[in-house]
Ligand binder design. Sequence first.
Ligand SMILES: Cc1cc2nc3c(=O)[nH]c(=O)nc-3n(C[C@H](O)[C@H](O)[C@H](O)COP(=O)(O)OP(=O)(O)OC[C@H]3O[C@@H](n4cnc5c(N)ncnc54)[C@H](O)[C@@H]3O)c2cc1C
Length: 702
Amino acid sequence: MNLSSIAIAAFLSSLSSATADTVLGERSTSEDRGIAALKLRGAQEKTAAGSGIEKGRQLKKKQKDACGPETENSCVATTNVRSPSTLVSCLNGTSSFMDTPVTIIEYPDGTDNEFHVNKEVYKLTFPQVDFDDFLEANFNAGIGGPRFPAGIFYAEGQEEVIMAVNCARDAGYKVSPRGRGHSYQGLGSMDGYLVIDLSLMCVPDNFTNTTQNDDHPWLLGGEQKVIGTIKSGSGCTNAVMLAYTAEHFPDDGIYLIGSCPSVGITGYATGGGQGDTTPWVGLGIDDVLSYDIVLYDGTNVTASEKEHSDLYWALRGGGSGFGVITSLTTAVVNTPKPLELEPSSSSSSRFTYVICPYKQTQNEAKKFLERFQDFLVPNLPFDSKKYKDKIRNSSARFGGVGSYSTGGIYLGFIGIFLGSKDEAISTFEKAGLRDPDIFKESESVELEFSSYADVQLFSICNAMSQSNSFWQLWTSATFNVCEDLGIDPDEYCNQKLFGGFGATVHLPNCDPNQASFNLEDVKNVILPAIKAAAIKPQSWFNRPGQQRFAQLSLLEQSYPGGLVFGRLEPDVLLDLANVGVDIFHFAHGAPTVVARDETGYSNREEFTLISFGGAGVNEMEKYEEVASILINKAYGGDSTKLRGFYNYVNPVGTTGGDWRTYYFGDNYERLSEIKAEYDVTNGFGNPVQVEPALSKKAKSGK
Ligand SMILES: Cc1cc2nc3c(=O)[nH]c(=O)nc-3n(C[C@H](O)[C@H](O)[C@H](O)COP(=O)(O)OP(=O)(O)OC[C@H]3O[C@@H](n4cnc5c(N)ncnc54)[C@H](O)[C@@H]3O)c2cc1C
């Protein structure tokens, strides 16, 4: 397995090569397919496209289901959709929002690339008024589609949000806030609800930020500091926040983001949120200091430790559905101090991108798995001082993704180390993770960067640039990504064949495995160009590409999802590795030292999140096989101990606020009370399911 494959894997998330082919019309090579099977990083996407007929059938069904509330009883005969006349007249008012275009995807000015065509939608659309306009606005990157909301409104300010919530409530509609539309279950676009899209409320010029130097209340007992705060609109993306952090905290300020540039931040700020720096800065929810939120009664409140503290507790991990968050204030966290090395580190870099591959033979694999587990989560009480001391200078500095697989698929991890290359090597050596008996040093990589933004952006660019489809899936890039970025394609891009279309794609060369790779070009040209695209909230870089159509082209089913687990016996780990599982984010370290009841998030002790991609039979079988190993060999036959986050047997809409809130564990009762207090069921109403659904066979652990 070469570096290229590893890094592609790190970003392929759960997209199977077969489904990518279908969606993109691409004919990938068998190598690509092998690579795609790795599916290591990011979020799970299912992209199996339905046929045109199936799509039509799904839409019809949705139209039927989308008949409005009981108060709106005049179904339009042709489509069987109730006319939301009260809602339309209330929302449209005197402003003619239905005639007001808004730009949601922007390309660079002044190029002659024929694909650089900005995309506009109307600020307010209803299927009964203009079906095509509605479809244009009804994108959703989630896998729970197709979704068929009652109407879609692009809000551009808090007053508009309040107006829209009041209109929806008075007309008897529930509200579905939509950030950037990446909910796996399509929960930003619930059937029959009014979608309030927040993406235009991301305006970096209106953000405010502070600098300070406070202890962080949640994490490693004060080792981490809050060195600043950013108050941003809620409809921003990972990429916007990263670029903004780079501008305002250029050296060592960390703002947690995940894997995909176009994913919305409010999902992180409410559902959990895991990224490469989670072990140091916590989950996304750990870093939110306050939320401004419009409740279903139309009032706007601030939820923080001091105000509406119950709501604040619930919002941090209890999922969405409490109201429409219009802005949030988030902590920017420091980078750890350098380790004291003997001899001292030869560089002052605080950020190293690492790739660590391991031998896959059974004995070596078992040794690796055991040591890596000890490195991630020491075998000590998770809230003890010893535990904190141990991880503070070791695994809390490393975060990323990986794969436990002995079956020909990559075994190892990839991610960001918060320290120099020497510090990274020394830390992994101490943990026995560079032992030549198990470690494939010749295939390892350590690249130093001078800022958090650069290493994080490199991680994104590296992954996307090695696949010939992921720039086009996760951003609205054209086939010539270098032109999109305004840099010379001949100098800074690799060319790849995009088979199905017979086209060539130009992808920025962020792949250290390519002969043409040049780290200085990456740092001086490619990353600055990406940052410039990232800071513009509606730029092509901040909007998903093919993915945004997924909702309307997918069958109504989802996929096996994933499972999280805590410490396991080495033999059990090896059994899992023999099935082959992908690790999304190593949510170890700091999140595990936060007590379970500190926030609405309930799975602190579980530190490993494994994933299964696609919707094919193989993945379901794999899911059941892994579930069965866990139940049988780790949980003494008790299937309720299994933590699953999404499940293909659940019909769409039967799971929680987002995938991470699929189960609420011990916090469920308190969350339910708070939900009742804030009228969540009537107002937003994402239902909740608390136990993973499994086949009887898997449940019995046989
Ligand atoms: C390609 C991809 C990669 C991903 N990578 C990661 C990752 O690395 N780490 C990780 O932790 N997660 C990851 N995810 C999951 C992602 O963080 C969640 O799905 C997140 O909720 C997406 O937010 P969104 O705004 O894009 O989605 P949306 O579908 O718009 O919203 C998600 C949920 O949040 C609610 N919501 C959105 N905005 C608001 C608001 N302003 N007020 C109230 N509720 C709101 C919606 O109603 C919905 O229930 C990934 C998802 C995808 C598709």
